[in-house]
Design a protein. Structure first.
Ligand code: NAD
Ligand code: ZN
Ligand code: ZN
Length: 390
């Protein structure tokens, strides 16, 4: 089968590799119809998190079940399915409690796993013609309709981006009438902002410095804040006009980090500063506010920025967060909790997360799309690969 393979720093290729296959009775084999490229893939592409050459990339697929193992009950050949990024067994103690990103059975010697992801288990990636899906009864989420229909992009966002965006709003406890600031207008940030709107937030600000991404923030009815115009904390405080008597509450109630450790330094955008977003959020959040950190902070960074460390540790303004009594939530999305309800929001027409998709291409175009996405060039926000054509 053809697959997108990591070759070396900032180079992927489309190679012929051994076909994915059913290996265990609880596996399914899925023929991929759409497979998106994610900001997480860029952490590997940039040579930061220790991807080995030969790794098949990708963790955001939808497709059609081709074959099932003897123990699979809930899906059959021909079913249209979305496959969540973070695979899980569905029945261990953490899965049962709804913490599927910490599944105890999918990664020997660790917890939680993902497809095509350095350090997250042995599973090959989904930017390929075929994908082996372990624990298929848990990890194949059924979809209505036909491959390539007008909801293909919306359903595809259920594999990771919409679910992670929603998770970020859970971590930040976004509810009706809240004021929200999202740092990062990649797909995760945009769909976190979109989720905040769905949850009834009163005001949603989205911070970035890439014009096409800020334009998408405006398109989903949120307020873009351009880093190039100066300190975004001051800018949001100017835009917010709390009623008389509430002047000290000119920040936001909920803040979301949808950038992660490769954040740019505002003082010198040619450099990274993994402390930038967290320290901006600590200044911006109101006393007793809440933060959701969904951007990845990698435990292994092969070439850390000057303010970072190889083990991922960074300085954070702990005292500011303590003084304000801020609640902080972290981490990977627990797909098992969200994929089905968010799918049903798409089916009902209440959510159209495919609005963030900007590019469609055959698998062979992956090297070019990775390069342009990495450079945040040509308006590439969310690129979708089609192994079987469109
Ligand atoms: N928690 C999870 O389960 C999960 C799942 C998927 C992705 N992620 C992570 O979420 C992050 C975002 O993913 P994405 O696909 O949207 O990536 P992306 O690279 O497309 O978007 C990141 C955006 O952040 C912007 N940015 C950089 N520095 C900034 C700063 N100082 N202030 C504000 N914006 C800044 C960039 O311009 C870019 O538009 C990545 O770290 C990714 O690994 C986490
Ligand atoms: Zn992803
Ligand atoms: Zn489990």
């Amino acid at each position: 089968m053809k697959a997108v393979v990591y070759e070396e720093v900032r180079r992927v290729g489309v190679h012929d590799v051994a076909d994915a296959a059913v290996e265990e009775p609880s596996d399914a084999l899925v023929r991929v119809t759409s497979s998106a490229i994610c900001g997480t893939d860029l952490h590997m592409y940039d040579g930061r998190t220790g991807a080995e050459p030969g790794l098949v990339l990708g963790h955001e697929p939808i497709g059609v079940v081709e074959e099932t193992g003897a123990a699979v009950d809930l899906v059959r050949r021909g079913d249209r399915v979305v496959i969540p990024t973070h695979l899980y067994c569905g029945v261990c103690v953490n899965c049962a409690r709804g913490y599927s990103a910490a599944c105890m059975r999918v990664r020997p010697g660790g917890f939680g796993a993902a497809y095509g992801y350095a350090g997250m288990g042995p599973y090959r990636g989904a930017q390929a013609e075929l994908l082996r899906v372990p624990y298929a009864d848990a990890n194949c989420v059924r979809l209505p309709g036909e491959p390539g229909d007008d909801r293909e992009d919306d359903f595809l966002m259920l594999a990771d981006a919409f679910v992670t965006g929603w998770h970020a709003t859970e971590l930040a406890g976004v509810g009706p009438a809240d004021t929200v600031a999202v740092f990062g207008a990649g797909t995760i940030g945009l769909l976190a902002a979109y989720s905040a709107r769905l949850r009834g937030a009163a005001e949603v600000y989205v911070v970035d410095h890439v014009p096409e991404r800020l334009a998408l923030a405006e398109r989903i009815d949120t307020i873009p804040v351009d880093l190039r115009d100066g300190d975004p904390v001051e800018r949001i405080k100017e835009l917010r006009r709390p009623p008389a008597g509430e002047e000290g509450l000119d920040g936001v109630r909920c803040g979301i980090d949808a950038v992660g450790f490769q954040a740019v330094d505002r003082a010198d955008p040619s450099r990274e500063n993994p402390r930038q977003v967290v320290s901006d959020l600590a200044r911006l959040v109101n006393p007793t506010g809440r933060l959701g950190i969904a951007g990845v902070y990698a435990e292994k960074d092969l070439s850390p920025a000057p303010t970072g460390n190889a083990d991922g540790s960074i300085d954070v303004p702990w005292a500011t967060l303590f003084g304000k009594g801020v609640r902080v939530g972290f981490g990977r999305t627990h797909d098992r909790r969200y994929t089905v309800p968010l799918r049903d929001l798409v089916i009902s027409g209440r959510a159209r997360p495919g609005v963030v998709v900007t590019h469609h291409a055959p698998l062979d175009d992956a090297p070019d799309l990775y390069r342009r996405f990495d450079q945040r060039a040509d308006g590439v926000v969310k690129a979708v690969l089609h192994p079987r054509g469109r």
